[in-house]
Structure formats: structure tokens, C-alpha cells
Design a binder for this molecule. Structure first.
Ligand code: NAP
Ligand code: G4F
Length: 318
């Protein structure tokens, strides 16, 4: 019998890849979408006729209750969030409401309307913050942003519902993962889009912030497989999902410019406007547990990721 999945954040980067993966596995897929003046389904245009979209907002309990009651899912993937770290200093209350309390609202809706459903929470390496690398499931959390603080709340809520109500709840502690579907304000997409614009003569410079920050960057499609695998296990648990390799923003910049035969030093300007009040210096994950238990490992190298993203940008401006 085919399974049913409900995805919050289906219109986002990960939601779109996860929906494609589950459709390929013959799932019936529902997605929660918030009301916007202009509907934003650009990332799921190719599958929009194959999924059922339900109106809902992570700040509104009743809409989440109705979504659970309507879909009666076997699996719930909570991917919706105010996910941009920089914005979390400008909108800390909204970030806490959506990214933190939103998790409890989703868990409550599951508890009351489909208590047997398996639940995935999109936790984040941003929770580790100032903790020295490499970070695994045993590392403490020292978040450095309102977003990281909200994600820690969501993480502990997920563990708490597992322990309090014996619900099947998992945290995927995902390190940064990117693709051509990444939002334009995140640094990798900002870089690949900027390089393509420079290459095609649309602009002359690329303004960035902290070039020394290091991230463990993987390919989003690989990470959605790990999310799915977590909910196929016999027992619920929490897993770090990462490549184990860390690279600086300047390394990403250099490679992206190299892809089109340009030298980044001729175009990149460091602009204090893009610095954060505090930054996370180094993220580098240890995903040994995911490899051992889920049989998961990343398939895309850092160099391949930059190439994939640059190829997509080149197509866009051709
Ligand atoms: P994304 O592209 O920013 O997508 C976020 C999704 O959440 C969008 O579909 C957005 O809808 C939806 N959303 C935002 N506010 C909402 C609200 N109040 N009610 C309902 N939906 C709302 O993020 P992503 O990169 O796919 O990441 C997916 C999840 O993984 C997020 O929770 C993120 O924090 C977490 N995460 C991501 C990474 C990463 O590197 N990508 C790493 C660790 C954890 P609209 O389309 O309407 O804006
Ligand atoms: O691409 P970013 O904005 O991603 P960040 O802050 O690491 O957060 C992403 O990954 C988290 C997982 O660790 C997710 F939970 C979260 O939802 C999101 O997906 O910034 C990466 C680094 C930072 O150190 C930032 O200071 O790049 C640095 N950076 C340098 N110049 C910049 C810029 N970031 C942005 N967005 N824009 C710049 O101009």
C-alpha cells in the first residue's frame, strides 16, 4: 500500500527535492503552503499537479491541525522555517515563533490528529555555533544567532515529544546544503549568481561579508535522501548529516570564478554590511552515525557542487 507524506516547507529548496524523491517512491504527497499575495511555487512547478497543497502557516495552530486531519500522513517532514540566519537578528521574534514554536505546533498537530505518524524535524548545524569542529551528535549546542537559538528549541521539543509521548520523532542535524534551487540571499547562490552576472556583463562587482567563515557544504539532493532514510528505521533517533569537509567562503568564491575563467580578486569587494553581529567560524560535521545506521553518505564533492551550481547559472543567463 502506498504511503502518505506531509511536507511543511514544500516550496523551499529541500521541500522541492524531498517531494520529488517521495513521488518517485510512489508516495501520496501533501504540502503545507502559507498564503502569500503571489503564490510561490516556482521550485515545484514540475510536480505541482502531482501533489496536494494545503493552506497552513507555522504560526497558526488550527491550520496545522486541519492539515494533519486532512492528509492523515504516515510521515511528516517539518522543513518550514524562517531559515535565513542574517534575518534572524532583524526579525528575532518572528524567527522564534516560526522556527522555534512552529515545531511544537507541528508536534501538537501530529499528537492530536495522527499520533502514529513518523516526524522529521529539520534541525541545523547552526545549533553548534561556537563549539569546536568536528561536531557530531554528542557535541553541545552553543548557538550564535536567534535562528540557532530557535532551532535548539525545536530540537529539544522533538526529543521531548519522543520521550513524553513515545512518538516516532527524529532530528536531522543537517550541515549546510546547497543547489541551484538555493535562495538567492544565501552565500553560495549569491556567489554563483553574481559570478554569472559578471561573466555576462550585467554587473562589475560582487559584495560579500566574512570570507573567512568555513562551512561543511553538501548537495541538497543528497541530504533529502538522509531525511527519508531516518523515517524508514525501526527506532527514532537523531543524526548529523554532513560531508566531513569544511571550506571557507573565499575558497567557494575562488572556485566559482575559476569555472568561468575569471580571477575573483578582480571583482570581490568585502562589504561590512554583510557581516553579522557574531558569526559561526567553522562548521565541519562528523556523519559517522548516519553512515553506520542509515547507510547514508554524501555523493557530491565540494568541487562538483560548485560546478553543478555554476552550470545552472550559466544556463539562466545564456
Ligand atoms: P528554504 O528554502 O528557506 O525553505 C523554507 C520553507 O519554509 C519555504 O517553503 C517557506 O515558504 C516555508 N515557510 C517559511 N515560513 C513559514 C511559515 N510561517 N509557515 C509555513 N511555511 C513557512 O529552506 P531550506 O534550505 O529548504 O531548508 C529547509 C529546512 O531545513 C529549514 O527548516 C531550514 O532551517 C533547515 N536547514 C537547512 C539547511 C540548509 O543548509 N539548507 C541546513 C540545516 C537546516 P515560502 O516559499 O512561502 O517562503
Ligand atoms: O549561506 P549563509 O547565509 O548560511 P548559514 O548562515 O551558514 O546558514 C545556512 O546553513 C545553516 C546550517 O548550518 C542552516 F541551518 C540555515 O538555515 C542556512 O541554510 O552563510 C554562510 C557563511 C556565513 O558565515 C556568512 O557570514 O557565509 C558568510 N557570508 C559572507 N558573505 C555571507 C556573505 N553570507 C551571506 N548570506 N551573504 C554574504 O554576502
Amino acid at each position: 500500500m502506498s504511503k502518505t507524506a506531509l511536507i511543511s516547507g514544500i516550496t523551499g529548496q529541500d521541500g522541492s527535492y524531498l517531494a520529488e524523491l517521495l513521488l518517485a517512491k510512489k508516495y501520496e504527497v501533501y504540502g503545507i503552503v502559507r498564503r502569500l499575495s503571489t503564490p510561490n511555487v516556482s521550485r515545484i512547478e514540475n510536480i505541482v499537479d502531482n501533489v496536494t497543497l494545503l493552506e497552513g502557516d507555522l504560526t497558526d495552530q488550527s491550520s496545522l491541525n486541519i492539515a494533519m486531519r486532512t492528509a492523515q500522513p504516515n510521515e511528516v517532514y517539518n522543513l518550514a522555517a524562517q531559515s535565513f540566519v542574517a534575518t534572524s537578528w532583524n526579525q528575532p521574534v518572528l524567527t522564534g515563533d516560526v522556527t522555534g514554536l512552529g515545531v511544537i505546533r507541528m508536534l501538537e498537530a501530529v499528537r492530536h490528529f495522527c499520533p502514529d505518524a513518523k516526524f522529521y524535524q529539520a534541525s541545523s548545524s547552526e545549533m553548534f555555533g561556537a563549539v569546536p569542529a568536528p561536531q557530531n551528535e554528542e557535541a553541545p549546542f552553543k548557538p550564535r544567532s536567534p535562528y540557532g537559538v530557535a532551532k535548539v528549541y525545536g530540537y529539544h521539543s522533538t526529543v521531548n515529544y519522543r520521550e513524553s509521548y513515545n512518538m516516532f520523532c527524529c532530528n536531522g542535524i543537517c550541515f549546510n546544503h546547497e543547489s541551484s534551487r538555493r535562495g538567492i540571499e544565501f552565500v553560495t547562490r549569491k556567489i554563483t549568481d553574481g559570478v554569472a552576472r559578471i561573466y555576462h556583463g550585467l554587473t562589475k562587482e560582487l559584495r560579500l561579508g566574512n570570507l573567512d567563515a568555513k562551512r561543511d557544504w553538501g548537495f541538497a539532493k543528497d541530504y533529502c535522501i538522509a531525511m527519508y532514510l531516518m523515517l524508514q528505521q525501526k527506532e527514532p533517533d537523531d543524526y548529523v548529516i554532513a560531508t566531513g569537509q569544511s571550506h571557507s567562503v573565499s575558497e567557494f568564491v575562488e572556485l566559482a570564478f575559476k569555472e568561468v575563467g575569471l580571477n575573483y580578486e578582480d571583482y570581490v569587494i568585502v562589504d561590512k554590511r554583510f557581516y553579522r553581529p557574531v558569526d559561526v567560524n567553522v562548521l565541519q560535521g562528523d556523519a559517522s552515525k548516519a553512515k553506520k545506521v542509515l547507510g547514508w553518505s554524501p555523493k557530491t564533492s565540494f568541487e562538483q557542487l560548485v560546478q553543478i551550481m555554476m552550470k545552472a547559472e550559466e544556463m539562466k543567463y545564456k
